[in-house]
Design a protein around this ligand. Structure first.
Ligand code: NAD
Ligand code: DAU
Length: 336
């Protein structure tokens, strides 16, 4: 049995990861600590919640006493750190929580992990730490960090602390940097679920700027499979980029969603651009492909339809979300 602390496991990717890994691997004991911010939702974990080898702890990764206690009580040997404030627009409104959770929280986890001699510490990072690309080129693991938003700056800081722990103390840290995920349980502030839900309501679809910013999209389960491989075989001190080379302009995705839902393109509303909006992300994932044998299983064409269908079939899930705090935030964003 491997005793693993998963942080932020009630969020989009963390919950998909826990559901995936516990279904596949009964030898993993998962302790999931999550603060249950606006983005955390225990409903995402219904497939795992009754499993003997799964335990949920409502807590904050910045709470050093609690993290120490959990390491002792559950004899934790591994950490997979998903917990973060993850939304760029929110970080532009206020960066405070981003620094607290993403930087200080990660630092707390690293300190405690060191004390308990963890066997592996996986830091879930993002391609956004590399900054923005022009029309050509790809991010490789050697691309210098050049973050542009408060969110990506906080993630880059966490990466540096993680790498510093490897170099200074020999902590077995591995970093993953993935591109834009989509799939079930994604909070409807991110592009794809927001556009699906607005279209279903015949509400305007707010496209930032000219809509031609490019992201490299990956279905969330393919990200989870990559993390599993990095956890099992990743080289300590290493960085692994994860992406599928599915580059899409935002407007192409918005039009595809409208087309599938048989809604009019007149719902598209070009709105003021995001401040400091990164133009293009594109990932070179040849390292994880050649060294760990990873490759994505889901094509964008199939997985985007699977995703739209999931939101159509899970209206209760997102209805409970959009009737609450999320709406206040949304109104604040567009009234500013
Ligand atoms: P999310 O916002 O859906 O979930 C984050 C989770 O962390 C929530 O459950 C929240 O309650 C929890 N959390 C926040 N602060 C916490 C704290 N102080 N203590 C404990 N728990 C806390 O995010 P996501 O999209 O699932 O992203 C997960 C990770 O993957 C993040 O580190 C993010 O930077 C990274 N990432 C995301 C993407 C993407 O496309 N979504 C791509 C690459 C990397
Ligand atoms: O690249 C990985 C990153 O992807 C993760 O690290 C972040 O946690 C995650 O939020 C995501 O960041 P983005 O900023 O790329 O994702 P978002 O869904 O917010 O936006 C995707 C693109 O769509 C971006 O160019 C902005 C644009 N957009 C977004 C929203 C919410 C719009 O045009 N309109 C919108 O309403």
């Amino acid at each position: 049995m491997k005793n693993i602390l998963v942080t932020g496991g009630a969020g989009f990717i963390g919950s998909n990861f826990i559901n995936y890994i516990l279904e596949k691997n009964p030898d993993y004991n998962i302790v999931n600590i999550d603060k249950l911010t606006y983005a955390g939702n225990l409903e995402n974990l219904i497939p795992s919640q009754d499993k003997k080898n799964y335990k949920f702890i409502h807590g904050d990764i910045t709470n050093s006493d609690l993290i120490n206690y959990l390491f002792e009580k559950y004899e934790l040997e591994y950490v997979i750190n998903f917990a973060a404030e993850s939304h760029v627009d929110r970080s532009i409104l206020s960066s405070k929580e981003f620094v607290t959770t993403n930087v200080s929280g990660t630092n707390t986890l690293l300190d405690v992990a060191r004390k308990f001699n963890v066997k592996k510490f996986i830091q879930i990072s993002t391609d956004e730490v590399y900054g923005s690309l022009g029309k050509e080129g790809f991010f490789t693991e050697d691309t210098p960090l050049s973050p542009n938003s408060p969110y990506s700056s906080s993630k880059a800081s966490a990466d540096m602390l993680a790498i510093a722990n490897y170099h200074t103390y020999g902590l077995p840290v591995v970093i993953t940097r993935c591109s834009n995920n989509y799939g079930p349980y994604q909070f409807p502030e991110k592009l794809i679920p927001l556009m699906i839900i607005n279209a279903l309501h015949d509400k305007e679809l707010p496209v930032y700027g000219d809509g031609k910013n490019v992201r490299d999209w990956i279905y969330v389960t393919d990200h989870c499979r990559a993390i599993e491989l990095v956890f099992e075989k990743g080289e300590n001190g290493g960085v692994y980029n994860i992406g599928t080379s599915t580059e899409m302009e935002n407007i192409e995705i918005v039009k595809l969603i409208l087309d599938y839902l048989k809604k009019s393109e007149s719902l598209i509303e070009y709105v003021q651009d995001r401040l400091g909006h990164d133009r293009r992300y594109a990932i070179d994932s040849s390292k994880i492909k050649t060294t760990l044998g990873w490759s994505p299983k889901n094509s964008f064409e199939d997985a985007i339809i699977k995703t739209i269908d999931w939101y159509i079939n899970n209206k209760d899930w997102w209805n409970r979300i959009i009737s609450g705090e999320y709406m206040e935030y949304y109104q604040k964003l567009y009234n500013n």
